[in-house]
Design a protein around this ligand. Structure first.
Ligand SMILES: [Zn+2]
Length: 100
């Protein structure tokens, strides 16, 4: 695993690791401390490689306190005026994005 894999860019490896970490966060969503740890590790990897967080993960955690979102547990989703409104119940941050 630790061996250098020729032909694979560090960015690609990083994005694979981010996927694995979000998988683990999802599997451990009943344990917020652990899930949040996976999110922060994924963010560290993304920052180190200057990657944007992949779209499918960007909205799965709080942009302010980085808590992994568990539906019905620590965040609330509402649709209003054609926009999705997500409220983080950990720190109270509200994020809005257009309904696609
Ligand atoms: Zn938050």
């Amino acid at each position: 695993m630790a061996q250098h894999n020729k032909g694979q860019s560090p960015k690609k490896i990083a994005s694979e690791r981010i996927e694995i970490l979000f998988d683990q966060a999802y599997l451990n969503r009943s344990n917020p401390a652990l899930a949040n740890r996976y999110v922060s590790l994924a963010r560290e990897i993304a920052m180190r490689q200057r990657l944007r967080m992949p779209k499918q993960f960007r909205r799965s955690f709080c942009p302010v306190c980085h808590a992994y979102f568990v539906p019905g547990e620590n965040f609330r989703v509402r649709v209003q005026h054609g926009k999705v409104i997500c409220t983080c119940l950990v720190c109270g941050t509200v994020t809005r994005y257009p309904l696609s």
